[in-house]
Ligand binder design. Structure first.
Ligand code: SF4
Length: 294
């Protein structure tokens, strides 16, 4: 697998409903219009710089009138639907989130659809969207619940104290952090690090699923109960879910999924490290097996 690195450093700093395009509807003065245009252009420039940083030579297609059949890669765009709205799966339109394409460019397409997302209330207090980062074709993917303060400030997943512990876990498994992909269920920091609400997770889940479609990992390790419950669609506790491999079903494919405790929990409860190590050994044994059918 390629070992290149996707790193979301998109500058969503300061994004909030008051400065978004939608909030500017009804602006009456030319000054308001100029500020709106400056905001749009600034956001577009930031996103294009992010794509260039990935080495992507062209941006994902925006909404265009559909006068021709779907392209050969099976990705359709709807003539009267904003790309972001395709997330909601209008009619029979196959959204980009359903088929973002593989690897780096697939992730870039997902990030493009996310845009300056304001689909849930978590957009109000974030500094920036934390998309996730790592190897875009990783065998091993980690999914946590949401960014914390450090992640919100830096725009990267798992960079605080819990992130440093996660790095040690990855290294103990014989990998480098750059080898794996790290993401969260919600991509904006919940205020005061509260738990994400069900509707917030539901709003953001399509983007996580699209990331998984692009990366196609062999194993997903979920960190904490929210990631496990979201992907396994269960309300069982993490204590009951961990300790064995599960099967995550996506588009008819099956991906091994290993729930374990969140590194932040381990920082408060070091005694649980043994259980986590047992979980990670299950993953290591699976990854050591010869790949089949990928
Ligand atoms: S948490 Fe997800 S759905 Fe909610 S605003 Fe952030 S990116 Fe959008």
């Amino acid at each position: 697998m390629a070992m290149d690195h996707v790193d979301d450093t998109a500058g969503d700093s300061g994004a909030d409903g008051a400065t978004g395009v939608g909030a500017a509807h009804g602006a009456g003065s030319s000054g308001d219009l100029e500020r709106e245009l400056a905001s749009v252009v600034g956001g577009l420039r930031t996103h294009l710089e992010w794509l260039l940083g990935l080495g992507v030579s062209h941006a994902p297609a925006g909404p265009t009138p559909r006068s021709s059949p779907p392209s050969a890669d099976g990705v359709e765009t709807s003539g009267d639907t904003q790309a972001g709205d395709a997330v909601m799966g209008s009619g029979n339109t196959l959204s980009l989130l359903d088929n973002p394409g593989p690897g780096r460019e697939g992730l870039a397409a997902v990030r493009g659809l996310l845009g300056d997302c304001q689909r849930c209330r978590l957009s109000r207090d974030r500094v920036q969207i934390v998309f996730g980062q790592g190897n875009p074709t990783a065998d091993l993917m980690f999914v946590g619940e949401g960014p914390g303060r450090d992640e919100d400030l830096q725009g990267k997943a798992f960079v605080g104290a819990a992130g440093r512990l996660l790095t040690k876990m990855i290294q103990a498994m014989g990998h480098h952090r750059e080898d794996v992909f790290i993401a969260n269920v919600v991509k904006c920091r919940p205020p005061r690090n509260r738990n994400p609400e069900p509707d917030e997770m539901a709003s953001c889940e399509p983007f996580l699923l699209a990331q998984i479609r692009a990366i196609r990992p062999t194993v997903i390790v979920t960190l904490g109960r929210f990631a496990a419950q979201t992907l396994l669609q269960t309300d069982q506790s993490i204590g009951r879910l961990r300790g064995r491999l599960h099967t995550f079903h996506l588009d008819g494919d099956q991906v091994a999924l290993c729930p374990t405790y969140h590194p932040a929990y381990l920082l408060r409860n070091p005694g649980a490290k043994r259980a986590v190590w047992e979980d990670l050994q299950l993953v290591m044994a699976l990854l050591d097996r010869p790949a089949s059918g990928r």
